[in-house]
Design a protein around this ligand. Structure first.
Ligand SMILES: Cc1cc2nc3c(=O)[nH]c(=O)nc-3n(C[C@H](O)[C@H](O)[C@H](O)COP(=O)(O)O)c2cc1C
Ligand code: SF4
Length: 492
């Protein structure tokens, strides 16, 4: 993964842990309402795809184990991973675009309720994404994938030549000549793999996104409600369709791009349609970016305006992430697809311990503080969730005290130790297995391999009844915590 040039090595520092009494009196472990849904504490497990669904997008026993394990730590809320709203094959990513997915999802919800003694609220993240292809083998690209156009023929002086001859000539050109003959998007398709954009309005299915997406999201939200979830998180962040509408790179000229108020139009229309589709006791919010962190992308000023607009529209919460875009992603190898967390913006999303002078902890805090302040200045009380490098009690309490956020998201820290919440509440912070921010888990995610944490996935592999990865070398959920344990709770 990309890392800042400074290469400064940071150590996670959870600081002083509270006593049980201090935890009980803290902001972090105080309740909060997300619109109609009450959280027992202001702690949040953000969406993390663990790659455990079936190829058809159904819940598996491994998915259920994964969420039940988080629930055993009793966070205020868990957001189930990005779940596809369309009824199309999407590999082992959960799906929710049809009734047939509801029974499996209902089992997941029941498992969370049971493992948390009914305490943890459970939401599901709804995602739409556009097509992205693997980087092609160049010979195949020229022989098969590239559409031969009059522009190619003109550039090569081959107006009347048979198509096969044009293709053969293109395949023989050196990189500099190709820059002249191919259009920029064709060069991109050759060197990185073809990627659709929301601005490809010459494609009917892209032009029609504003017409079809509100209903697709609404159907998915209705299915989430039928499965018993407490709410949905509309995925308006990272590299996906809705974030691309919000991005300043969106220059659609159909009223859904260009000026800020046009870029936020579809996200507001989707929200309004979803809100109408579900009952009054169901929470609807979104995750979006406090900054795109790419050249020409949405800025924190955009995010301030979007936050006020979302809050004014009535969203029940706003969860802030940052970066994670395709535009600056690492060039993939032949046969691989680009992955949005491999460039500088990806670093902003999931910063690693090798960092710059700012460091990996709380990189989203200054932007979140500005966004929340603007929402409050507009007279709106919508809860804001901040995530990114949060691992200590004092750190979390600090962002609640200084007005940065109302709820604190712990993604990798809760993967490293799902019992963080229960341990800290019981005055047993000494037993927390602190995340090292190595991004071993993120590398697994990138390969679409079952995600685990390096701090626990080789522990007690002989424990009876545990599920393991396909090669038998890793356990799939963290070992249970016994309260009489000391040190890092059985971890390394
Ligand atoms: C394995 C993995 C999978 C992730 N999947 C998602 C996802 O489905 N949706 C999402 O919005 N963010 C996803 N993220 C990003 C996290 O929610 C979070 O924003 C990020 O890891 C930074 O927070 P942290 O420093 O607390 O880990 C994922 C992160 C990891 C490590
Ligand atoms: S593998 Fe574990 S320790 Fe490393 S970043 Fe992921 S959660 Fe943290």
């Amino acid at each position: 993964m990309w890392r800042p040039a400074e290469r400064i090595k940071w150590q996670p520092d959870p600081g002083v842990w509270p006593t049980r009494a201090e935890a009980a009196a803290s902001r972090l472990f105080a309740p909060i309402a997300l619109g109609p849904v009450g959280l027992a504490t202001r702690t949040w497990v953000p969406a993390m795809v663990p790659w455990r669904a079936t190829e058809d997008g159904f819940v598996t026993p491994e998915v259920i184990d994964w969420y039940a394990r988080f629930a055993a730590g009793r966070p205020g809320a868990i957001v189930v991973e990005a779940t596809g709203i369309r009824d199309i094959p999407s590999g082992p990513l959960l799906r929710i675009g049809d009734d047939r997915f509801v029974p499996g999802l209902r089992s997941l919800v029941e498992a969370v309720r049971e493992a948390s003694g009914g305490e943890t609220r459970v939401l599901i993240q709804l995602i739409d994404f556009l097509a992205i292809r693997r980087r092609p083998e160049p010979q195949r690209y020229f022989a098969q994938f590239l559409g031969i156009t009059p522009a190619h023929r003109a550039a090569l002086g081959m107006a009347e030549a048979p198509e096969a001859a044009v293709r053969a000539r293109l395949a023989a050109l050196d990189p500099a000549a190709l820059e002249v003959v191919l259009a920029p998007r064709e060069i991109e398709a050759l060197r990185k793999g073809h990627r659709e954009r929301v601005t490809d309005t010459h494609l009917a299915h892209v032009r029609d996104l504003p017409r079809v997406l509100p209903d697709l999201f609404a159907t998915a939200a209705r299915n989430a409600e039928a499965a018993g979830f407490d709410g949905v998180e509309l995925h308006y962040a990272h590299a996906y369709t809705m974030a691309s509408f919000l991005s300043a790179l969106n220059d659609r000229d159909d009223g859904y791009g260009g000026a800020r108020e046009n870029r936020v139009r579809l996200p507001l229309e989707v929200y309004a349609r979803v809100r109408r589709a579900v009952g009054a006791r169901f929470a609807v919010g979104c995750r979006y970016l406090s900054e795109d962190c790419i050249d020409g992308g949405a800025t924190v000023e955009d995010a301030v305006a979007f936050g006020v607009a979302f809050a004014r529209a009535g969203m029940d919460f706003l969860s802030l992430s940052r970066g994670g875009k395709f535009e600056d992603a690492k060039v993939p190898g032949v046969g691989e697809a680009a992955y949005p967390y491999t460039g500088p913006s990806g670093y902003e999303c999931m910063p690693q311990y090798i960092s710059d002078a700012t460091g990996p902890f709380g990189r989203n805090v200054p932007a979140a503080r500005r966004i929340r302040a603007a929402i409050r200045a507009a007279g709106l009380a919508t809860p804001v969730v901040v995530t990114g490098g949060m691992h200590g009690f004092a750190q979390a309490e600090g962002v609640l005290a200084d007005g940065t956020a109302d709820v604190v998201g712990f993604a990798r820290q809760s993967l490293a130790d799902p019992d963080w919440f229960v341990k800290v509440r019981r005055g047993r912070g000494d037993a927390v297995r602190v995340c090292e921010y190595t991004n071993y888990c993120e590398a697994l995610d990138q390969k679409h391999a079952q995600v685990t944490c390096k701090l626990w996935d080789r522990i007690a592999l002989d424990e009876p009844g545990i599920r393991k990865s396909a090669d038998g070398k890793r356990r799939l959920v963290a070992p249970a915590w016994r309260e009489d344990e000391t040190g890092a709770g059985g971890g390394s």
